[in-house]
Ligand binder design. Structure first.
Ligand SMILES: [Mg+2]
Length: 441
């Protein structure tokens, strides 16, 4: 039975609801609705002018409606008055095809038809920076190898604790928090779950980290590469396919512990990695992180070539353990729904076409890449990523030609705006345009 939000509000003393959605650029948008109106909104949705968001609509279009999913409800741990809801977009009685959450649900349905569901976990790295974004917030955080630095981590204890306590309260089962490889960079991990739940939580996590950082007088950014000499913000994902309670990726007889299904799924992701970068690395700034020159810490921790391996972090795909793989391509600007939808679309292509990913490599890809000239390279700039997407019949078939064309059109307009103001050079410092347009991604 559908949960009645009015009744839940009374029981939990929720006074307002944020009815939210994410557009094609991953921007989180909402209406703040008083509890008195939630019954009507649950039935008919909250109205929005689609043209005012990144969805390739016209100002003449009729209203679109965000229909909240009551299962996604989160009572803000730091402000119990407010309940947050993820929504699906509808227009003229039809789901909006370019609504990223709708896109993900469509891919989930395709997997369900094969009696499979995808479980995933995401690792969202972020920086704590000064208010104007010109430097990291902690001037004492200067080690050349700052990863896991206890002192720098504990100087942020009040904030990290509040975020982690919130995750415990929400039932996400967080299990570790650390200082990451760049000065000023942190990561917090919580349990994997069904991919729609993970996508909603990913959206909420970014909102929560930004909000609580503000509360503590700080600013958080998930920007892929806010500082050109430091390691960037990745958003690695761990992936497995399940049939009810059975992990279909496990095969203990295999050297890496992966089944044939896992290899085919992984093969599909590798096969379509080039066009997928348009979704996984969606900003101009993203291309400072992949194919990056070495950073102050000695490694960029991001891929350049399309390869997979066992437990080795220098490749695009790592198999750290039996029964799952880690895709290390995505960065902090990735749209949480398109991350999951893109992986399913490519993985299904791999399953349906029995794509063989070949043998895993065990080299240090950061230093030995020249020995593997046959490997396909990731695109070097966003324009190339969009060209790959434009030419990808596979992704157009899987995700819908119209939606992909809309996405490309909107992204090209954005790049035009960049080109009018700046030139992209990954060896020079991050431009003002990138900061203005990506710090709050
Ligand atoms: Mg990390």
């Amino acid at each position: 039975m559908t949960k009645n939000l009015s009744k839940i509000a009374k029981a939990k003393k929720i006074k307002y609801f944020l009815i939210s959605f994410v557009d094609l650029f991953g921007i989180l948008r909402s209406k703040l609705v008083p509890t008195e109106a939630i019954g009507e909104m649950q039935k008919n949705g909250a109205g929005f002018a689609g043209f005012a968001t990144w969805l390739d609509m016209s100002p003449a279009d009729t209203d679109m409606f965000a229909l909240p999913d009551p299962n996604s409800l989160i009572q803000l741990p730091w402000n119990k008055d407010v309940g947050w809801l993820a929504s699906d977009l509808w227009m003229s009685g039809q789901p909006v095809k370019a609504s990223p959450r709708v896109m993900l649900k469509e891919q989930i349905n395709k997997l369900n038809k094969k009696n499979l569901k995808m479980k995933s976990g995401v690792e969202c790295e972020y920086f704590l920076i000064s208010q104007d974004g010109s430097s990291i917030a902690d001037s004492r955080d200067t080690q050349s190898k700052p990863c896991y630095d206890q002192s720098a981590l504990m100087r942020r204890y009040d904030l990290i604790k509040e975020i982690c306590d919130s995750m415990i309260q929400m039932g996400w089962c967080p299990y570790q928090n650390d200082h990451e490889d760049a000065n000023g960079q942190f990561e917090m991990n919580w349990d994997y779950d069904d991919c729609l739940i993970t996508a909603d939580r990913h959206v909420f996590f970014k909102y929560m980290v930004k909000s609580l950082s503000e509360k503590h007088g700080l600013r958080a950014t998930f920007m892929p590469k806010p500082f050109s000499n430091l390691t960037g913000n990745g958003c690695h994902a761990h992936i497995s396919l399940w049939d009810k309670k059975i992990n279909k990726f496990i095969d203990n007889a295999d050297k890496l512990g992966l089944s044939k299904i896992a290899y085919n799924f992984l093969g599909g992701v590798m096969h379509l990695a080039q066009p997928l970068t348009a979704f996984f690395n969606p900003t101009v700034n993203s291309y400072r992180r992949i194919n990056a020159p070495p950073t102050k810490s000695g490694a960029s921790w991001s891929p350049s070539s399309i390869s997979y391996t066992g437990n080795n972090r220098t490749h695009m795909i790592r198999v750290p353990d039996a029964g799952r793989f880690e895709l290390r391509l995505m960065d902090g600007s990735v749209n949480p729904y398109l991350l999951q939808a893109g992986i399913i679309a490519a993985g299904l292509y791999g399953l349906n076409n029995k794509i063989d990913p070949g043998k895993p490599l065990s080299c240090n890809m950061y230093t030995d890449y020249k020995n593997y000239p046959h490997l396909k390279k990731l695109p070097d700039i966003i324009e190339d990523a969009l060209d790959f997407l434009e030419n990808s019949k596979e992704l157009k078939n899987a995700l819908g030609i119209e939606t992909i064309n809309s996405y490309i059109k909107l992204k090209k307009a954005e790049i035009e705006n960049f080109d009018e103001n700046e030139t992209f050079d990954k060896r020079s410092s991050v431009t003002k345009w990138e900061k203005n347009n990506t710090l709050d991604c």
